[in-house]
Design a protein around this ligand. Structure first.
Ligand SMILES: CC1=C(/C=C/C(C)=C/C=C/C(C)=C/C=O)C(C)(C)CCC1
Length: 282
């Protein structure tokens, strides 16, 4: 509600600054402890090896950058698909008994696609320009609408199907319908960065931070959050410096938003696989 109000009363410059602060602080922070999370997950089965994890992590990020450079459309499509899965998984994993089943995975994917394409299709003019700058491809408005409706149908169908065996999911119908109405209102009145930042920070990064602190330290409280923050800080700082270098390198040829999303895409790839491992363990 506050975000909808903010989008109406704040000037677009102020919205832009608040949105970017949110993305760069909590948004990036929630992925900054990926290496610690993976070390922690591996520690039962084998001796943790920090350098092996670091090189694997950097290898995945750099491979994505290479694919993005040579086949940007393929990289963007892969980013949108795994991000959608990841958004859906973060939102619904508490509600399902078997998060690893094919139907659960498909449900996460469809729900994530639905929320993302709600944002994209309600801000299609801005999105078409960003995607063109990122990949050179001019996407059609109809494409956004088709994905939106297909994912809506898929989400509804799978929600009904999975509700039969997952009472917690069934009980979450009402709040989720309210969320979707609020998202629709927010995305319709806001610009793409404000809408994305609200969803990404409040609905995705904060719950994810809570899950990670719970898994790493047992409970979520201020002291454990501080320990998480201290561990994540060097990686967070490295990401911000990396982002600034990327923006500076490409400042004359690409616009800032394309660079921002390309950067988020590169660091999202390892994060999604690490978080899936974390949810599988819990
Ligand atoms: C909003 C938006 C896009 C998608 C962004 C996505 C999909 C972000 C996902 C971030 C994740 C999953 C971060 C990690 O947790 C596009 C398609 C680039 C076009 C421009 C607007």
């Amino acid at each position: 509600m506050l975000a909808i109000l903010g989008s109406e009363v704040l000037s677009s410059e102020i919205q832009y600054v608040i949105a970017l602060l949110g993305i760069f602080s909590l948004g990036i922070l929630h992925g900054s402890n990926d290496l610690f999370v993976i070390e922690n997950l591996n520690s039962n089965s084998q001796k943790p090896n920090f350098y092996k994890s670091l090189f694997t992590y950097l290898g995945v990020v750099l491979s994505f950058v290479a694919v993005f450079y040579f086949i940007p459309i393929f990289a963007l499509a892969a980013f949108v698909i795994i991000s959608s899965y990841h958004f859906g998984e973060q939102h619904f994993h508490h509600k399902l008994q078997n998060t690893q089943s094919l139907w659960s995975s498909l449900f996460f994917l469809f729900y994530g696609l639905f929320v993302l394409f709600l944002l994209l299709s309600l801000n299609s003019n801005e999105v078409i320009l960003i995607v063109e700058d990122m990949t050179g491809l001019l996407i059609a408005n109809q494409f956004l609408i088709i994905v939106l409706f297909t994912s809506a149908l898929g989400s509804i169908g799978l929600f009904v199907f999975l509700s039969k065996t997952n009472p917690k999911l069934k009980a979450s119908l009402f709040p989720n319908v309210i969320y979707l109405i609020l998202f629709t209102a927010l995305f319709a009145v806001s610009n793409v960065v404000w809408g994305f930042a609200t969803y990404f920070v409040l609905w995705h990064s904060l719950p994810s931070l809570k899950d990670q602190v719970n898994s790493l330290y047992g409970t979520f409280n201020f002291k454990n959050f501080l320990s998480y923050f201290k561990k994540a800080f060097p990686y967070w700082l490295a990401s911000i410096i990396g982002m600034l270098v990327v923006v500076w390198l490409f400042k004359d040829s690409k616009n800032f938003l394309s660079l921002l999303f390309a950067f988020i895409a590169a660091i999202t790839f390892p994060h999604v696989f690490i978080m899936r491992k974390l949810f599988d363990k819990n």
